[in-house]
Ligand binder design. Sequence first.
Ligand SMILES: [Zn+2]
Length: 78
Amino acid sequence: MACGILSHIKFKTRYLGGYMDHRLLEIIACPLCHGKLSYDKENFELICKFDRLAFPFRDGIPVLLENEARILPTEENQ
Ligand SMILES: [Zn+2]
C-alpha cells in the first residue's frame, strides 16, 4: 500500500501551497503503468504519457485514480 507516500504528498502539497515540486514527481507514479508522471501546470493535472491520462488535483492533493482521470486526446503529442 502507498498510504505513507500519499500522506507525504498531502503534507508536501499543503506546505507548498498547491505548487508541485519536481521532487514530488519522482516519488509518485501512475497507478496503472507505474510510469513517471509529468505535471501540467496550465491545467493543474498530472499526466501519464503512456496511458494518455490526466489525473486531477483535489484540494491540492493529486487524485491518482483511473476512474477520476481524464483521457487525453491522441493528437496532443508532447
Ligand atoms: Zn500510466
